[in-house]
Ligand binder design. Structure first.
Ligand SMILES: Nc1ncnc2c1ncn2[C@@H]1O[C@H](COP(=O)(O)OP(=O)(O)OP(=O)(O)O)[C@@H](O)[C@H]1O
Ligand SMILES: [Mg+2]
Length: 505
């Protein structure tokens, strides 16, 4: 590469944690005006590498050469000073304040004081240049997740970034929001910005990036021009083996109705009615895909089924027995499993060792409890089995959960819920944030649940996943089921139209 084209050279960077070498002598070149994807399995070291560049972590060895000079970046504040910005998966915005206030507050922290009006003028121009549709006076809590992400992006543009790092930006976005984000990324690239994009979605890599670097177990594997590689090759490079991106769904007779939802109504946390008479049934040995853009009542529906949300009306029957009003534990014991959408907040105690999180909710049952005490040997034995089974990357069963990588945290919950062999499984976005190898694994596991006769309600915004796994597809829009169709007879166009609320019959 011509040296004037080179923006950042990461030279032999190493970062060790007490138990693992997360980044092992990795070198990387980021050119001016390129979109560079960083790809790798859960735990490969992507976030760690990004955080070393952003000054959030200190590398043990190696150098950063930025605009031709070695730089020592010891804090995010310094990174921002150099023109390096990072958009994290979890935003750090102040909810009661407006967009402008959030952005200017951030800058004041960096030591520059600016008048609000002056800031507003510049922000308006930035929004125009990059095509961000954002009400600068709106309070953060009024914005969708996608718009909040734009605030984070604006924050970095406002202080003048040359390099923007995105850590799995689309994991929290709807498909439409993700498409919009990529249009914005292309505009940034055109105006000369460089982008380092961490993602698990191979389609995104193929669509937007100029080059892609693959990490595996902390090591650099390859850097290639995106147009020279295929999705299948990238999957293989990441995981180190062939990955089957297609799922087998053998013909299978469905059994009795397991779950029956009738005319269900419910309100959200703010008291607004979000389920308006939802009805469907789910059979044994069936995967019912529930497609829909996020925020159309999916979360409240799954919470109502597992008993954590009070319903306003209607019926939910498990094997013909009403379960509304029963305790969460009673519903769990009756054989309902749940993979929550926000797994980290709802499903894990971060300070616990991995082994305890793997049996959370089962701790009062055999074989884990012996009389009054927990049976440590049983728990560790069980944990060792599922850690191996689900390929959870952790140095030991007793590792504190907090230190696991994002995808491995998710695997802990999946492993726990699937190992209980539920009769009815409510899986809310089960593969969000997982690498291709892990997705293949989860899909196989869901098919196994179907095979052994469980009913699976698969809630997903990923239409590819819905089509590949489901026997029938239902679409939820504004708290109503707008259509149910046999997946063999469904077309992508029709489901897409239903998801947008366009019903043509
Ligand atoms: N603070 C920490 N203490 C100990 N180990 C850590 C810490 N942070 C990360 N690790 C370990 O470093 C390795 C790399 O983690 P990292 O978060 O960089 O992975 P990743 O590629 O971003 O994965 P994912 O796709 O799951 O987000 C993992 O084995 C992880 O458990
Ligand atoms: Mg990560």
């Amino acid at each position: 590469m011509n040296s004037t084209d080179l923006l950042l050279y990461v030279d032999s960077l190493t970062k060790r944690f007490p138990q693992v070498t997360a980044v092992d002598c990795v070198s990387l070149e980021i050119a001016r005006g390129e979109i560079h994807c960083l790809l790798g399995e859960n735990g490969a070291g992507k976030t760690t590498l990004a955080e070393c560049i952003y000054g959030y972590l200190r590398p043990d060895s190696g150098r950063l050469i930025y605009k031709g000079k070695p730089v020592d970046i010891t804090s995010p504040k310094e990174a921002i000073g150099y023109g390096i910005g990072m958009v994290h998966q979890h935003f750090v915005l102040v909810e009661p304040l407006s967009v402008i206030e959030n952005i200017v507050l951030g800058v004041e922290g960096a030591g520059i004081r600016l008048q609000l009006e002056e800031a507003e003028e510049r922000l308006r121009r930035l929004c125009q240049d990059y095509g961000l549709e954002l009400d600068l006076h709106a309070k953060i809590w009024q914005l969708s997740v996608g718009q909040q992400q734009w605030v984070e992006i604006l924050k970095t543009l406002f202080v003048g970034a040359d390099l923007l790092i995105f850590d799995e930006p689309t994991a929290v976005l709807t498909p439409q929001e993700a498409a919009n984000l990529f249009i914005v990324l292309q505009r940034m690239k055109k105006s000369g910005l460089s982008i380092l994009l961490i993602t698990h979605k191979l389609r995104e890599v193929m669509d937007v990036s100029d080059r892609v670097t693959v990490l595996r177990k902390g090591r650099w594997i390859t850097t290639q021009k995106t147009r020279d590689v295929s999705r299948e090759e990238l999957a293989r490079l990441m995981v180190g083996r062939e990955v089957n991106l297609r799922i087998e769904r053998p013909e299978q007779q469905h059994g009795n109705v397991i779950l029956e939802v009738e005319n269900l109504t419910a309100r959200n946390d703010f008291g607004r009615q979000v389920l308006h008479g939802v009805s469907f049934d789910l059979h044994s040995g069936e995967i019912l895909g529930l497609a829909g853009v996020g925020g159309n009542g999916q979360k409240e529906l799954s919470e109502a089924i597992i008993g954590v949300r009070k319903v306003a009306g209607g019926r939910i029957c498990l094997h013909g027995k009403e379960i509304i009003g029963k305790s969460v534990q009673a519903i769990l014991d009756a054989g309902v499993g749940h993979i929550p959408q926000d797994r980290i907040a709802e499903g894990l105690v971060m300070e616990f060792p991995v082994s305890l999180n793997l049996i959370l909710g089962m701790q009062d049952r055999k074989p884990f409890r012996k009389g009054m005490v927990l049976d440590g040997k049983e728990i560790v034995g069980f944990a060792e089995r599922v850690i191996a089974d689900f390929e959870i990357a952790t140095p030991s069963t007793e590792q504190i959960t907090e230190t696991l990588s994002g995808g491995n945290l998710q695997k802990v919950i999946l492993a726990r819920e699937l190992s209980q062999e539920p009769r009815c499984l409510v899986a809310n976005q089960p593969t969000r944030g997982l690498d291709v190898g892990a997705i293949e694994y989860v899909h196989r596991k869901l098919m196994e649940q179907r095979k052994r006769g469980a009913g699976v309600l698969l809630i997903s915004e990923d239409l590819e996943e819905i089509f590949a796994l489901s026997d029938r597809i239902a679409v939820i829009y504004k708290g109503q089921i707008v259509g149910v169709v046999d997946s063999q007879k469904a077309s992508l166009e029709q489901i897409g139209l239903w998801m947008a609320g366009i019903i043509n019959d």
